[in-house]
Design a protein around this ligand. Structure first.
Ligand code: A3P
Length: 317
């Protein structure tokens, strides 16, 4: 029921039959990662056909860590000469960020047809939820750059729980209790999870190849947005010029992409994108909402797992 049958090849169906699944067929365990059924075809086609360019820029995230925000920031940063962030005709004012920066496996490669990417101008700005191990050889070996965004596991889980329930209700299903979803998440069973392995896979790469992988945290971006946006621009080799510094272009971009601004745009209030209600992409956009939802025991469980998995690789979030 999570598959659009006519868009899926027999090869994909055969593969899925051979894989362990969870959550009533919502997730499939593929090469160590829990892939949502709806993106299995996309993963297979993408693996077969996607060829990275040296100039590509890839945003990688786990779901609910602030993907929509970073998509809008990267789009406005890279296109700031063509589209002044203050312009009344800026594309972000009339397009959802997921339309301007598409997902490889959920959008571009999601059907059995191979997408035509010739209309993308260089640098191509693309995105994925896949862990590092599931990127293609050409992505790993080329000079393409990866921006990785993570978020503290407790807020990520709470955001995911709300989001999954809003999509469940939309599909006529019953919402899940936080306990049910929590047990799965802490066992590593979550979209593109285990969450911790996803994060550490990119963290390790960012340590070894700092010119290729830029590791960013939602909380730091919220706390010191201008500083991190400037670092991001330097990493992408499009640092702000002294004139832009004087004009405050970085802050213009941040204002355009703020939760307040994006969530109040008509284009983001109604309708769907990638089968999801656009409004569900904007909930609170704050740090620490887990305190309103997790029991002390849940919080301790996630803290313990995070400590085990992150601290052993030197990651403190
Ligand atoms: P909350 O559920 O905690 O509010 P994703 O885009 O990866 O699906 O992540 C969604 C989370 O990012 C949601 O978190 C959402 O509210 C938050 N978010 C969306 N737009 C944002 C923005 N412009 N700035 C900060 N956070 C934003």
């Amino acid at each position: 029921s999570y598959l659009e049958e006519d868009k899926v090849t027999e090869e994909c169906k055969d593969l899925m039959r051979s894989l362990p699944s969870s959550e009533q067929g919502f997730l499939y365990q593929y090469q160590g990662s829990w892939i949502p059924a709806f993106s299995m075809q996309g993963v297979i086609s993408f693996h077969k056909h996607f060829q990275a360019h040296d100039t590509d820029i890839l945003l990688v995230t786990s779901p609910k860590v602030g993907t929509t925000w970073l998509k809008s920031i990267l789009f406005s940063l890279l296109n700031r000469v063509r589209y002044d962030p203050n312009a009344h005709q800026h594309p972000l004012l009339t397009n959802n960020p997921h339309k301007l920066v598409p997902f490889l496996e959920i959008d571009l490669y999601s059907t059995k047809q191979v997408p035509d990417l010739t209309s993308f101008t260089s640098p191509r700005l693309l995105s994925t939820h896949l862990p590092y191990s599931l990127l293609t050889r050409s992505m790993k070996d080329s000079m393409c750059k990866i921006v990785y965004l993570c978020r503290n596991p407790k807020d990520t889980f709470v955001s995911m729980w709300h989001f999954r329930n809003s999509t469940r209700v939309n599909q006529g299903m019953n919402p899940s209790t936080i306990k049910q979803d929590f047990d799965n998440f802490s066992k590593g069973i979550s979209p593109y999870g285990p969450y911790w392995d996803h994060v550490t896979s990119y963290w390790k790469e960012s340590l070894e190849k700092s010119e290729k992988v830029f590791f960013l945290e939602y909380e730091k971006m919220k706390e010191q947005p201008t500083i991190y946006l400037k670092k991001l621009a330097e990493f992408l080799e499009c640092a702000f010029s002294p004139e832009e510094e004087v004009k405050g272009v970085a802050d213009d971009i941040l204002r355009l992409c703020s939760f307040e601004n994006l969530s109040n745009l008509e284009v983001n209030k109604r309708g769907k994108i990638l089968m999801v209600n656009k409004a569900a992409l904007f909930r609170r956009g704050e740090v620490g909402d887990w305190m309103n939802h997790l029991t002390a025991e849940m919080s301790e469980t996630l803290d313990r797992i995070t400590k085990e998995k992150f601290h052993s690789v030197g990651l403190k979030v």
